[in-house]
Design a protein around this ligand. Structure first.
Ligand SMILES: N[C@@H](CCC(=O)N[C@@H](CSC=O)C(=O)NCC(=O)O)C(=O)O
Length: 276
């Protein structure tokens, strides 16, 4: 892999790397914040998954996470949100195609050729990070909106792989909301049974590991009633006896101003799990 950005930040380094992804069949960028402690040995890693329209840049330039990662001594890795490049399938609209990979493994043409973000985030990216950076195999995961959905689904489908999970304004029931129905119909096809394996509220009923979920949701979020529906997560967690801390945050919208306001709490949550 090649380092394409290298900036001093909070005593460490905010880097961006470029590499050839075998899983996605294209060239990908990902961001990695290396705190000052990284010069002394391997550190745990928190993976951040961004939302619709994002690249690896949104989180590193808007969330202000570097100072908290430096305080705790954890690496933060933020991948792009879809495969990229001129040969990769795309479609009209910000909520499908490039920038909208939904962290699934697509089964339908033309998407199935490149859109395998689940395998990329779960396997290929950590293998690369843990071999090329001073990173251990202690992992946590969090994300926002489409990326919050991705973080929750990935943690629930991979018991034992992550020490903690959290989300900002996640799409908790993609099978039941317009963003998810559009993406899943395209990437996974019309059989709604196949969608259940990629839907947090469905997965909670059969989860093998009761990893506690931390979720922050702004009550002034413009997508709250139509796309996010945290009440469905609350009901599913209660029914399954799955530990959930759902914090409704008064006055906050869907933006990175919201994420920046609480990212310190989320990194403290992950540091407690990763460093004990
Ligand atoms: N109206 C926007 C819709 C896209 C948007 O709001 N994207 C969010 C994530 S939404 C769910 O995944 C985002 O993180 N945007 C990037 C940012 O830096 O704020 C549009 O049309 O673009």
């Amino acid at each position: 892999m090649e380092r394409i950005e290298h900036r001093a930040s909070s005593g460490g380094w905010q880097d961006v790397y470029r590499h050839e992804s075998k899983v996605l069949g294209c060239t990908m960028n990902f961001a990695a914040y290396l705190p000052p402690q990284a010069k002394d040995g391997k550190l745990p890693v928190v993976y951040w998954l961004s939302g619709l329209t994002c690249t690896e840049q949104n989180f590193i330039t808007k969330a202000g996470a570097q100072r908290y990662a430096a305080e705790h001594g954890i690496i933060v890795v933020a991948p792009d949100t879809s495969p990229r490049g001129d040969d990769v399938a795309d479609a009209e609209g910000y909520d499908i195609g490039k920038g909208a990979g939904f962290y699934v493994n697509a089964t339908q043409a033309p998407w199935s050729r490149n859109y395998r973000m689940f395998d990329y985030v779960v396997d290929e990216l950590p293998a690369l990070v843990e071999s090329e950076l001073p990173a251990s195999d202690r992992r946590s995961i969090f994300g926002h909106s489409m990326g919050g959905h991705g973080a929750l689904v990935i943690a629930l489908r991979n018991p034992g792989r992550y020490r903690s999970v959290s989300a900002f304004s996640p799409i908790v029931a993609p099978s039941h909301v317009p963003w998810g129905q559009k993406a899943f119909g395209a990437y996974l096809g019309d059989d709604r049974e196949a969608w259940k394996a990629w839907d947090t509220v469905e997965l909670l009923g059969t989860a093998k590991e009761k990893l506690p979920l931390l979720v922050d949701q702004g009550d002034a979020d413009e997508f709250l009633g139509r796309e996010l529906k945290p009440e469905l997560l609350q009901a599913a967690a209660e029914k399954a006896g799955h530990p959930l801390t759902l914090r409704m945050q008064p006055g906050y919208d869907h933006s990175y101003y919201f994420i920046a306001s609480f990212v310190g709490d989320h990194l403290a949550h992950h540091a407690r799990a990763l460093l004990r």
